[in-house]
Ligand binder design. Structure first.
Ligand SMILES: [Zn+2]
Length: 310
């Protein structure tokens, strides 16, 4: 394969676009774009127009540098309808309800365009980078929230409603913290960057960014260490459930919070060993992503390539 593919990883306040060749990102640019603020302040139609215009400008820049790109894949933070590929809703981009990004982008670019949930795209990226061809992989993405993805026999498993592996909403503490989904005690209220912030705030009454709490934990600050321990503990409890359901050996942990893995790891390993059934103990191969945050770009690009080849 010598042609190039575009992969886009959309976040709430910026997005990154990469040109991918042979599973390597050969060109990458970060674009500041406050889609979250835009969606809060504008009507759904205005927000959609603005998002489309912004993405098209970025795509045009990439195509100017790489005219032979043959498809575009987008990882998007929201629930994607598995049949229509419309964005059903996006917790971080409120107001976007059942909107179609794919058809207008396809029409404007004249290229195949594929849209996938951002964590699912990252899962596929990790799978591609693992070098497997018909294997299985579970991806746990720790960022502002917690997402996940499942690849089975080389195919991304999205589920009947596009919400397979919405692991951030596995309930780990009944009657715990209120979650944006309406339930209490969801994993992402503890194991995400904002979850760690909440844990630290609950213990100290001080609001700090997760990166600062990580720095304090590395200096043996008790409350900071406990916030990360709790994150690792609940993440492992969730993975033990997932493993008992899907029985997949390969597990990759990614997302911005995975940089703090040494702070999560001891509690994670203790709880995982405890919660797994004997048949699975010692059998899970858990690694931290080495994709330097490019898994979402690579996965989105490769999913678009797959679709084009069908
Ligand atoms: Zn929830």
């Amino acid at each position: 394969m010598t042609h190039e593919l575009i992969g886009i990883d959309v976040g709430g306040t910026n997005f990154r676009l990469g040109v991918v060749r042979d599973t390597q990102v050969v060109w990458e640019q970060r674009f500041q774009a406050d889609f979250a603020g835009l969606c809060r302040q504008s009507s759904s139609g205005e927000a959609l127009d603005n998002i489309l215009r912004t993405l098209l400008d970025a795509i045009a820049q990439a195509r100017a540098a790489y005219p032979s790109v043959s498809s575009i894949g987008i990882g998007f933070p929201g629930f994607i309808d598995p049949h229509t590929r419309c964005v059903l809703s996006s917790p971080n981009l409120p107001g976007l309800l059942n909107v179609d990004l794919v058809a207008p982008l396809r029409a404007a670019c004249g290229l195949p365009v594929v849209l996938e949930n951002d964590a699912a795209a990252a899962a596929f990226g990790e799978y591609v980078l693992s070098g497997q061809t018909r294997g299985d992989l579970v991806y746990l993405g720790l960022g502002t929230g917690v997402g996940g993805g499942l690849v089975l026999r080389g195919k991304l498993h999205g589920g009947a409603h596009g919400v397979a592996m919405e692991i951030g909403h596995l309930i780990v503490e009944p009657a715990g913290r209120l979650c944006g989904c309406g339930n209490r005690g969801c994993l992402e209220q503890y194991a995400s960057a904002s979850g760690v912030q909440q844990s630290y705030f609950a213990a100290t009454g001080i609001k700090l960014p997760a990166s600062e709490i990580a720095r304090l934990a590395a200096c043996q600050d008790d409350a900071a260490m406990r916030a990360f321990e709790q994150a690792g503990d609940y993440l492992a409890a969730s993975l033990a459930h997932i493993a008992k359901v899907v029985d997949v050996s390969e597990v990759v942990i990614g997302g911005g919070m995975s940089a703090a893995w040494p702070l999560l790891q001891p509690a994670f390993e203790r709880r995982l060993e405890h919660d797994l059934i004997p048949a699975l103990r010692g059998k899970l191969h858990v690694t931290v992503s080495r994709a330097q945050d490019q898994a979402g770009i690579i996965g989105a690009a490769m999913l678009a390539n797959e679709e084009k080849n069908i």
